[in-house]
Design a protein around this ligand. Structure first.
Ligand SMILES: Cc1ncc(COP(=O)(O)O)c(C=O)c1O
Length: 470
């Protein structure tokens, strides 16, 4: 059988004898058809602080903090301890008929941090289930309010909202949907608010106006009475850390309010310190959404937990509706899991007791140091905010053409950086950096130095292979 290649042309690693060939039985996320159930990925054996150790014993900086989630870093004794204690106290309770102290206390503490009147929380098992919950809640809310036509969802190019059927239908990254079905009749896509890829010659202010006009025109064309929700990451994370132009989010927020469209802010990545605050929607972007979805950093990845913050206005309207008997037929066996909620409470303690301050203090240094990479001719732009950033490579800086090099670039940089001691998250022609929030200035220096060397080696390879002349 021919070897399966990833888009960089590297052979997908077949299972090894490691673990007695056990990996042959494991299917990991986002596999290629030809490699399903027949692939080994980099074994990771241990973690400590911002570092992980691979199967060859090599210590690596965890550049993406797992999947943007290990916010407090690996091997935090306090988090491990609280999980063990909670498991010995109460390992599980059904959320259908009972509740735990940890879940109620966590709900109250999250409500205190959330902007506006987002006083209520529905806990889920992760980010996709959080987005799914928010969308189903919108559908339920409009059904109860006697508006069954008001269900369409506005999403944007470059978005990533999850891997359940409805949440995945919102995804707008190129290639995510090439071979996959979706609920396309329920979703309307708007432009990606990517300033780097705005039309040549257009000012940032004009670009913002273009995006706002497009939103307004779309609502007029379709009719606000058919649109239930707008869903947006404040900064599009997996789309390549796309920071929208100034003023864009508040203006869209206003349009949603004017048209009675629920604004769902997907903070699965941006919450819990990634932008220096527990929630970024209000504190960083000055908006009060109707719902906020979160996951990942809420437990620093130590336990699968997510949730949706829901506005008291919406719950009040439901309570006062003509259908108080209508049931929101939605929930998970592991909603409000006591171990997840207990670890989230300790995680929040630690964020409040210094980690948020630290993240805010080092973020400008992190951003400035990464931007020094812009002197490398392969780098088109370094962008980001807080402790999330993206290095976007281009074949040609003038035209900003990413295509000629495409997938070859991110994966090649990743491979070199791995040798040098840094795990990168390669995304086509981009490298995303979102390390644990506890990273120090010295560690940031190490990270950027390795990245510089990894990109330089990649440039040498591309030149040598005649793929790039920069
Ligand atoms: C913004 C955003 N929303 C939702 C999700 C889905 O979360 P999960 O993988 O926990 O289901 C992700 C995952 O990366 C995400 O980045």
């Amino acid at each position: 059988m021919a070897a399966i290649k990833n888009p960089a042309g590297q052979a997908v690693a077949p299972p090894t004898a490691r673990f007695g060939g056990a990996a042959r039985h494991l299917i990991q996320p986002w596999p290629y058809a030809g490699a399903i159930g027949n692939e080994a990925r980099t074994p990771i054996e241990a973690g400590d602080g911002i570092y992980i150790t691979d199967g060859d014993g090599r210590r690596l900086i965890d550049g993406p903090a797992g999947m943007w989630c290990v916010n407090l870093g690996h091997r935090r004794e306090e988090l491990a301890r609280v999980m063990a204690d909670q498991a010995m106290e109460l390992s599980y309770n059904t959320p259908w008929y009972t509740m735990s102290d940890a879940s109620a206390v966590l709900a109250r503490r999250l409500a205190a941090h959330a902007p506006g009147d987002l006083d209520h929380v529905f806990f889920t098992t992760g980010g996709s289930s959080a987005v799914e919950t928010a969308l189903r809640f919108m559908q339920f809310y409009n059904n109860v309010r006697g508006r069954p036509e008001k269900k369409l969802i506005l999403s944007r190019g470059g978005a990533y909202h999850g891997s359940t059927y409805l949440s995945a239908s919102l995804n707008g990254r190129p290639r995510d949907r090439d071979w996959m079905d979706g609920a396309d009749d329920l979703v309307v896509k708007l432009s990606c608010p990517d300033p780097f890829r705005r039309p040549a010659g257009m000012t940032l202010a004009a670009f913002t106006n273009f995006l706002v006009d497009e939103f307004r025109d779309t609502v007029e064309r379709i009719g606000h009475e058919r649109i239930g929700a707008f869903v947006a990451e404040p900064i599009q994370a997996s789309g390549g850390v796309i920071v929208p132009p100034p003023g864009y989010l508040p203006r869209i927020r206003d349009l949603c309010r004017d048209n009675d469209i629920l604004y769902i802010s997907d903070e699965v990545v941006t919450a819990f310190g990634r932008l220096g605050e527990v929630f970024a929607s209000g504190d960083v972007f000055g908006i009060e959404p109707d719902m906020i979805t979160f996951a990942k950093g809420v437990t620093s990845g130590y336990f699968p937990l997510g949730g949706v913050m829901i506005s008291a206005r919406l719950t009040e309207e439901l309570r006062r509706s003509n259908h108080p008997q209508a049931m929101f037929g939605h929930g998970y066996t592991y909603s409000s899991h006591p171990i997840g909620c207990a670890v989230a409470l300790k995680n929040l303690d630690l964020l409040e007791d210094g980690v948020l301050d630290h993240a805010r203090a080092v973020a400008p240094y992190f951003q400035a140091r990464l931007r020094t990479l812009e002197d490398l001719p392969l780098v088109g732009e370094v962008r980001g905010a807080g402790l999330m950033a993206c290095v976007e490579c281009v074949a040609d800086r003038e035209s900003r053409n990413p295509l000629a090099l495409d997938n070859a670039v991110g994966k090649r940089i990743d491979a070199h950086c791995h040798e040098l001691g840094l795990l990168v998250r390669p995304l086509i022609n981009m490298c995303v950096m979102s390390p644990p929030l506890v990273i120090t200035r010295d560690q940031i220096d190490d990270m950027v130095a390795i990245l510089r060397e990894g990109i330089s080696r990649t440039m040498d390879d591309l030149r040598r292979e005649g793929l790039w002349q920069g």
